[in-house]
Design a protein around this ligand. Sequence first.
Ligand code: NAG
Ligand code: NAG
Ligand code: NAG
Ligand code: NAG
Ligand code: NAG
Ligand code: NAG
Ligand code: NAG
Ligand code: NAG
Length: 813
Amino acid sequence: MASSAMHVSILSLLLLATTASIPHASSRAAPSQADGGATGGKAVYTKVCDASRFMAAGLDMSKYRYCNASLPYGDRVRDLIGWMTVEEKVSNLGDWADGAPRVGLPPYKWWSEALHGLSSTGPTTKFDDPKKPRLHSGRAAVFNGTVFANVINSAASFNESLWKSIGQAISTEARAMYNLGKGGLTYWSPNINVVRDPRWGRALETPGEDPYVVGRYAVNFVRGMQDIPGHEVASDPMSRPLKTSACCKHYAAYDVDDWYGHTRFKFDARVEERDMVETFQRPFEMCVRHGDVSSVMCSYNRVNGIPACADARLLSGTIRRDWGLHGYIVSDCDAVRVMTDNATWLGYTAVESTAAVLKAGLDLDCGESWIVQDGKPVMDFLTTYGLEAVQKGKTRESDVDNALTNLYMTLMRLGYFDGMPRYESLNEKDICSHDHRSLALDGARQGMVLLKNHGGLLPLDPKKFGAIAVRGPHAEAPEKIMDGDYTGPPCRYVTPREGISKDVKIWHHANLTIYFGGINMHIEREGNDREDLLLPKNQTEEILHIAAVSSNPIVLVILSGGGIDISFAQGNPKIGAILWAGYPGGEGGIAIADVIFGRYSPGGRLPLTWFKNKYIHQIPMTSMELRPRPDHGYPGRTYKFYDGPYVLYRFAHGLSYTKFRYESSAGNGTAVTLAAGGHCKQLSYKAGAVDTAPSCPAIDVASHACKETVDFNVSVVNCGDVDGSHTVLVYTVPPPEVAGAPIKQVVAFQRVFVKAGRAATVGFSLKVCEAFGIVEKTAYTVVPSGVSTVLLENGDTSSPSSVSFPVKISFST
Ligand SMILES: *[C@@H]1O[C@H](CO)[C@@H](O)[C@H](O)[C@H]1NC(C)=O
Ligand SMILES: *[C@@H]1O[C@H](CO)[C@@H](O)[C@H](O)[C@H]1NC(C)=O
Ligand SMILES: *[C@@H]1O[C@H](CO)[C@@H](O)[C@H](O)[C@H]1NC(C)=O
Ligand SMILES: *[C@@H]1O[C@H](CO)[C@@H](O)[C@H](O)[C@H]1NC(C)=O
Ligand SMILES: *[C@@H]1O[C@H](CO)[C@@H](O)[C@H](O)[C@H]1NC(C)=O
Ligand SMILES: *[C@@H]1O[C@H](CO)[C@@H](O)[C@H](O)[C@H]1NC(C)=O
Ligand SMILES: *[C@@H]1O[C@H](CO)[C@@H](O)[C@H](O)[C@H]1NC(C)=O
Ligand SMILES: *[C@@H]1O[C@H](CO)[C@@H](O)[C@H](O)[C@H]1NC(C)=O
């Protein structure tokens, strides 16, 4: 959300707000959320359409058709908006919405976060503070929630069912908090921006650099957060009930926070349409189309000159019309203010910006509502300037009505008006439950990536080493490092040292040293991009010194979100093993010990390339292009387009304590013929291949039925001597003669558990249009004619197990 400076002011004001000492906060009671007021240790759950609420307010509920549950949501929402004055309408366009108490609608706080567990960020989710006397003594206290490993860790598991399970657990905790009057229903997670540049400060919050993997993460997490069993699809998607509402953010082309003064608030991302379609929009498209997410957040930055939140083509054109969003579009917090005050876009006044974003398709303004200016708190931008925009004729009242319709339809689907009996008995016992904590632990283990293991140094046998030395700044990593950001207080917190000490004695001199190093949120965080990819210099020196004087090789455990150039350690024989632990959350210390002592064989694979530091000197962070431009010395980005020398660990690198081998059923390959139907598209060919261009080089997938598939089975053989999980990653490689195509691209993946000496069969059915499609120069997605390759690459390059087979694609006319 906001800059770190803004966060400080929010946090201090939030503390004030909880003591209800500022008039702004106390005058905004939200009955169904944090200020419910019921006592007796019971849930304070209440719904809008509760006859007793109306009676207490002296209103006759039967008069308000919006509370008639037998009418369609659309009619009810129309009725509700019909009761509201224009002043009431605009007062509901901000995240801290006033409601319309005059006609029975209570205030609602939209802003909640749940990136990897319920987060305290935003004004809505309220954990009790064990150090403070409680305000409502009768209500069940909740001091903490389950903190899952950070998203970059979960991504490394490449396990879709884990991602969904995490979303399910979080939404259960969210419903429990809502019932207790301590939380909301609308969560602005996940963060699905692609990590285009290794310096991005928010890599830890994301599923990495591959748009397809990021998109699959989004779909699974969103379905976990939103789906109610039996209601995964609906004939009328606008009335499909939701467990909680998720939000895919930040749209679009956002991944510069602050790089040498280029801040996200003013940054203008110059993006080719091809990169937009292929990389920056792809996860969002998957999130909306396949996840059926109920919200998308637009970002601060501009895209080709236009602030994302004011771009009608990006918002109402692409998200709503082309992808068919069922839900609302919200601005990143203060984005509308920023575009006016800071980016000074088109010299617009506040009223003009307000009109522009509403017209573009924005429905809700997240604002730092508690910023105090001239002695009074300033509300969200749209709530402050919306009325004038309507009165001056710059905004049509119907645009405001449309925005409110999108908002209230979402709340209807959440049971905000009618209740949702299925979830109303959830309470504090459903938070930090045994199941959720084991899932957090299991998830943290699944995401651990073994980067180096010379001579099988790991796993350690605790019986062999009477004592172990534990060194390095992260051995006692505090909660705020292990838990990463957008977090709440964890149910329990185990440091790496505590985890290790359950198995062995910790001793200063011993035969073996485990060094816990890495970086932290001073170096990589929201609002702060990295200046280099190195470890702090004194850590490098300390590691080298310890390795040099130690009789046995040492073990290095790295905590970080983004990649680190640890070439010095990779090449050093005295550093025998390297484990990347990400920021593994509340149970992280246990997860690390489970891997180090071999109770769990690591199966994680890196969700982003770890570059050598030299890479960043070739490429400014502000250049958005993915493809290399040799004439400009521009190297290209991510594994899809960069094949230069400055890679330390490639995308999807990851070793195991066992060995896996593949046997594919595809044999020599296969051939597919698609009906071109006259929809041929031109393609660019490499020099020398132009002459052999076929008469129909490619077909446009948008005008093709796309029913064809390529089916094959892979037998994953565990030929080592320990049980373990392994992810099969399937890439396609476009025909070599096509110019400007990716080197390869992930099109499917599946994680499987295989016992030692056994095999597991994994079946894949690749849809030809999706798996073999590429985005050509003018941004059409096409299937090229020619021989593509299907490639299955093991994370362990020392295993002789990669397999590939050709797929010949041709068109019939
Ligand atoms: C709710 O709407 C239905 C359908 O129009 C109607 O039959 C019913 O009387 C309404 N209920 C109330 C309480 O007005
Ligand atoms: C994937 O994650 C789930 C947890 O949701 C777990 O039960 C399963 O074992 C994992 N699969 C593999 C192969 O590790
Ligand atoms: C935006 O502009 C306002 C007013 O000039 C200023 O107070 C604020 O610090 C600026 N914010 C950022 C993020 O630059
Ligand atoms: C150190 O390692 C040696 C063998 O490498 C072993 O004999 C000895 O017991 C170990 N000492 C401790 C304190 O673990
Ligand atoms: C979390 O809250 C529980 C009470 O619900 C408490 O027993 C526990 O100590 C808290 N955990 C931490 C890490 O403070
Ligand atoms: C490196 O320097 C930083 C900043 O002075 C210090 O906080 C840290 O403890 C040092 N780390 C090591 C491993 O000496
Ligand atoms: C695979 O190719 C080889 C050599 O081209 C051929 O001898 C063999 O019959 C082919 N096998 C299949 C299953 O097509
Ligand atoms: C994959 O294996 C299943 C049985 O495990 C079999 O039914 C199916 O035909 C196989 N598919 C291919 C493409 O080999």
